[in-house]
Design a protein around this ligand. Structure first.
Ligand code: 6PG
Length: 239
């Protein structure tokens, strides 16, 4: 895995480094293609970055930026477990982002498989991706679970075998919380991204980090299957 790893000593330096990654990706995307297509990740680690994006900006106009999600818990947006519900108050309500540029996963649609298909079409339409091609995010954020999952790609999940669909519904995980059904982008989408940035709050994750970064691709460790062209960036917060 051609991973580029940066270890930061504390939250302030970690957040500043992450914001700089976002800004560089945004400015490159807008310069080359006139817009910035970003996939946000869930969990708690990225929330300070989202707040910093809203407070300090991302170096490009927010009206040129389109926010998608790499995954979502299949609960209502008002549920405390909702990723959108956690992100909205620190980013979307704090920055001049046109509402049409925000693409939450449609957790109000059932069954979850339908929600996944609808999100896939939203992605294809927004990206303008021809059939048979894979949409390419300019920047896709990921976290790392203690079980080696990333997004909602869980150890040994059938979703890891998906090669055609861009978004799938997955059963509630048994190795991590919250144990609710999820929607997730698939590995073709992750590995097609122009940049993949892992944000890891390391305290307590050194062992899984060593296994993911030090070994071969392994379906027991889904994060090890993330192999975008040019490799992934890892920002690891040590304090
Ligand atoms: C989620 C995320 C998940 C998360 C990791 C790390 O819905 O929880 O998609 O993949 O990124 O579990 O979470 P922390 O950043 O909170 O450690």
């Amino acid at each position: 895995m051609t991973a580029r790893i940066s270890r930061l000593p504390d939250l302030a330096t970690f957040t500043a480094a992450a914001l700089e990654h976002v800004r560089q990706a945004a400015q490159k995307a807008v310069a080359q293609r006139g817009r910035f297509l970003m996939a946000l990740s869930g969990g708690t680690t990225p929330l300070p970055l989202y707040a910093a994006m809203a407070q300090q900006g991302i170096g490009v106009p927010f009206d040129a930026t389109f926010f998608f999600f790499g995954d979502e818990r299949f609960v209502s947006m008002g549920d405390p477990r909702s990723t959108f519900g956690a992100v909205a108050p620190v980013l979307f309500t704090r920055a001049p982002i046109p509402v049409g540029n925000i693409h939450p996963m449609p957790v109000d649609l059932t069954p979850p498989g339908l929600a996944a298909s609808v999100y896939e079409e939203d992605m294809r339409e927004t990206f303008g991706t021809p059939p048979g091609e894979t949409p390419r995010f300019d920047l896709l954020l990921l976290g790392l679970g203690a079980d080696g999952h990333t997004a909602s790609l869980f150890p040994d999940s059938p979703a890891l075998e998906e090669t055609a669909r861009l978004v799938v519904a997955v059963a509630a995980p048994t190795t991590t919380e919250p144990r609710v059904p999820r929607l997730t982008v698939t590995l073709p989408v992750v590995n097609a991204a122009r940049q993949v940035l892992f944000l890891v709050g390391a305290p307590g994750k050194e062992s899984i980090l060593a296994r993911v970064l030090g070994g071969p691709p392994d379906k027991h460790l889904p994060a090890s299957l993330v192999r975008p062209q040019g490799g992934a960036e890892w920002l690891i917060r040590e304090g």
